[in-house]
Design a protein around this ligand. Structure first.
Ligand SMILES: NC(=O)c1ccc[n+]([C@@H]2O[C@H](COP(=O)([O-])OP(=O)(O)OC[C@H]3O[C@@H](n4cnc5c(N)ncnc54)[C@H](O)[C@@H]3O)[C@@H](O)[C@H]2O)c1
Ligand SMILES: O=C(O)C[C@H](O)C(=O)O
Length: 219
């Protein structure tokens, strides 16, 4: 049974690795660091090493829980500027395989990032009533910049997945940080846009209905 699970996990890692290093981009091989052999946690167990920055927040906590449930994850680092000891204790009590470690405050950022394959960033502030996305930018831009400088230094080949809004501006900020550090790889920098996409679809449909137009599919 364990063997079947392992082979399923190995298959999924191979699929993800193939996606990251597709054959048609073979000329780029060598520049991309995430291969099957790299996906090993300390102690040799197979799996991805994942850090969540902003792990104690409204998005960070359920995201940490999902990552702890994910059989592809062998090491999970939870970083925040507040509350990580409690969140880490709770998440680590789940009876799944990933080893969970908590990191609190800027002085532990580098330790949290070292050796990671994937860094997910929901760190920052969310909008409060009356705030615009521009208001978020003023705060979150600086936070994302600092975190990405840490990534460039400690895990330059990690995949970076930005959630902090405004994501259409935080992704370019991350790109500029990585370019400056000489570590930029567009295949490894992602932003979560699903919320804005479904929100836009809903607004379009609502407006169409309000002015008496029918709709079939909005996308
Ligand atoms: N992309 C999307 O689809 C999407 C959807 C919803 C929210 N968001 C954005 O995600 C972000 C987080 O939202 P939330 O509801 O979890 O907010 P939250 O306030 O509940 O959590 C944010 C967390 O970030 C932490 N944090 C702040 N500064 C930090 C720093 N310098 N380093 C590390 N951690 C830091 C805070 O301590 C907090 O725990 C916001 O910017 C929000 O706008 C994005
Ligand atoms: O900026 C917002 O739209 C609020 C919240 O952070 C979200 O992304 O929904």
């Amino acid at each position: 049974m364990q063997e079947t699970n392992n082979s399923r996990v190995n298959q999924r890692i191979a699929t993800i690795s193939a996606h990251l290093n597709p054959p048609r981009f073979s000329h780029m091989e060598g520049s991309s660091g995430l291969g099957r052999a790299d996906c090993r946690a300390k102690g040799g167990s197979t799996g991805f090493k994942v850090a969540i920055l902003g792990a104690a927040g409204g998005i960070g906590q359920p995201l940490s829980l999902l990552m702890k449930m994910n059989p592809l994850v062998s090491v999970l680092h939870l970083y925040d500027v507040v509350n990580t000891p409690g969140v880490t204790a709770d998440i680590s009590h789940m009876d799944t395989g990933a080893v969970v470690r908590g990191f609190l405050g800027q002085q532990q950022l580098e330790e949290a990032l070292t050796g990671m394959d994937l860094v997910i960033i929901p760190a920052g502030v969310p909008r409060k009533p009356g705030m615009t996305r521009d208001d978020l930018f003023n705060i979150n831009a600086g936070i994302v910049k600092t975190l990405c400088e840490g990534i460039a230094k400690c895990c330059p080949k990690a995949i970076v997945n930005l959630i902090s809004n405004p994501v259409n501006s935080t992704v370019p900020i991350a790109a500029e940080v990585f370019k400056k550090a000489g570590t930029f790889d567009p295949n490894r920098l992602l932003g979560v846009t699903m919320l804005d996409v479904v929100r836009a679809n809903t607004f379009v449909v609502t407006t169409k209905l309000a002015i008496g137009l029918s709709f079939f599919v909005v996308n």
